[in-house]
Design a protein around this ligand. Sequence first.
Ligand code: SF4
Ligand code: SF4
Length: 290
Amino acid sequence: MITDRCNLKCRHCYIGEPRGEDLPLDRMIRVLEEFEALQGLRILISGGEPLMHGEFEAVNDYLSDYPLRRVLFSNGLLLKEGTLRGLNVDEIQISIDGLRDAHDALRGRGGFDRAMAAVRAALECGFDVSVSTMIHPGNLDDFDRMEELFRELGVKSWAVDVPCPSGRMRLNTELCLRPEVAGGYLAYGYGEGLHGGGEGFACGLHLVSVLPGGDVAKCAFYADRALGHVSEGLETCWRRLRPLRLADIECSCDVLDACRGGCRYRAELFGNPLGRDPYRCAFFGLDAGV
Ligand code: SF4
Ligand code: SF4
């Protein structure tokens, strides 16, 4: 997460009000070098809106010969053709939270048309393009059409998730759907997931997040429980993250190996960090138990 600055004020943003914090370029370069030396595979460049980083041009220059897969997460508003042509990334993931009305209700009027224009322009420029969508009360009727649209366009993967009551979403909890309503919509997602499980382990096995202030955490939802600060070294911090074995969580169902306990943060929100993630239970057609 290279910056918490953003050019939108989405109602469901899990980060909340930005402090205008950028991860300094020299610190970012050290992290990227260390990650490469650790034989990392893929970097996810997110924010806020990463293109709002005060030194984004220099970040982009550095990325030009960075050897790992580079994925940029963006709301798409700044991805005009001229900018896209110079971007040194392999994949761009753009947030689309429904068709026009549903997307704009969360992200502001005109946002859908601009984000979709960015999807089309990025595809025309030859990038791999993925889309991420949050399930909310306004977009439930849009999923079939969205799937058609994304597949027709050649979107390579579609990440569908449920927003967590964190950041600005805490003020807009009417956007949170119950597990038994939202769980089934998780099935619409296709392609590669990014939260890195592994056989026998719960989520986040291969993932660590560096926050704009330099703290290192399992993922952005654990920002208040940082493992350390990048000034101590990425590896030093990462080694403090104990992988969570499936044998140590309290899920007992027939789909444990496929589900791997879902999202551990969501389980925690329902009162038990080792308990089940009710949205994933609902996705698998099991009683969400809440
Ligand atoms: S806790 Fe949830 S958001 Fe964090 S890595 Fe696991 S699945 Fe992803
Ligand atoms: S979250 Fe639910 S479906 Fe997933 S492993 Fe746990 S009990 Fe099973």
